[in-house]
Design a protein around this ligand. Structure first.
Ligand code: ADP
Length: 292
């Protein structure tokens, strides 16, 4: 079982011929709402990859809450620990032009109110094989979840996104750190390879876009795993597909190299489709890319 403690947003997306400059109004075209947030996306990714998944998070007391709840539930994610808090849901206001250039403002809303874990949250974490967190909720809440997992022997997978520095005490409780090159650079304070982060955490998985992923651990194991070659049309959520699938493979006790190869296939499968959470692959699609 995988428990995700993290963010949920509703993305409000409008396309326009050009993006407005400050003070300017442009007439847009299509408007869509898309459930997002790294936490919710990775929970959906893990569930579609075949994991048993529960999501701990918060939505607001508004019309944006139900679409987020429905999106998680319809992917098979257990939402019994998803709370509704006073105030607005997390939203991302996104404008996209014809060149796919975008402007994004994120209002964390309910995600910022996820400051305290309940007893049922802690019990779920303690009973899980893997805890999966990201950094779009208060970092103190991440620390509470990670400490609970550590005490219970639940494996902690931390996707350190969006990029920021973290207290060494928090990183010391992480079992598997998942980062891209930018996030690794921020954590290390300089451009970094996976091995450069092993003074902070015992295992590092670094995603490398179309090149796949690299791995290093304190037992001196080093791996470079190529991603399956695909016709990529939209890499939105590829990182979330990768991380969700990795958490599932880890919870299943698969060998590290298998787990990373499978996660790469999940990211690659996601990149072959347009969309964010809608492009997250199901287990059969991931297996198919690997020819199994
Ligand atoms: P992020 O968006 O978080 O920086 P990446 O772009 O590194 O994440 O993508 C995550 C994973 O998705 C990669 O490790 C890779 O396995 C897969 N992936 C992403 N883009 C491609 C691509 N163009 N072709 C094949 N696989 C891809």
């Amino acid at each position: 079982k995988v428990v995700v403690v993290g963010s949920a947003n509703l993305d409000l997306v409008v396309t326009a011929p050009t993006l407005p400059r400050a003070g300017e109004t442009v007439l847009g075209e299509a408007f869509t709402t898309v459930p997002g947030g790294k936490g919710a996306n990775q929970a959906v990714a893990a569930a579609r990859a075949g994991g048993r998944v529960a999501f701990v998070g918060a939505v607001g007391h508004d019309a944006f809450a139900q679409p987020q709840r429905d999106n998680l539930a319809s992917a098979g994610v257990d939402v019994s620990l998803l709370r509704t808090v006073p105030g607005p849901s997390g939203v991302a206001l996104i404008a996209v032009d014809e060149q796919a250039e975008n402007l994004i403002v994120v209002a964390p809303g309910a995600n910022a109110a996820l400051t305290e874990l309940s007893t049922p949250d802690r019990e779920a974490i303690a009973g899980a094989d893997v805890l999966l967190c990201q950094l779009e909720i208060p970092v103190d809440t991440v620390a509470q979840a990670v400490a609970t997992a550590r005490d219970a022997g639940t494996v902690v997978v931390l996707n350190a996104a969006p990029a920021r520095t973290l207290p060494a005490e928090l990183l010391a409780m992480v079992d598997v750190l998942v980062v891209n090159e930018g996030e690794a650079e921020v954590l290390a304070g300089r451009p970094a390879e996976p091995g450069d982060l092993l003074d902070l955490v015992p295992r590092v998985v670094m995603t490398l876009g179309a090149r796949g992923a690299a791995y290093a651990d304190r037992d001196r194991q080093r791996l470079d795993v190529a991603a399956p070659r695909v016709l990529a049309v939209d890499t939105t959520a590829a990182g979330d597909a990768f991380t969700g699938a990795l958490a599932v493979a880890w919870a299943e006790g698969r060998p590290v190299e298998d787990a990373i190869r499978w996660a790469c296939a999940a990211g690659a499968a996601c990149a072959t489709k347009f969309g964010a959470s809608s492009s997250l692959p199901v287990r059969a699609e991931i297996d198919h890319l690997l020819g199994v």
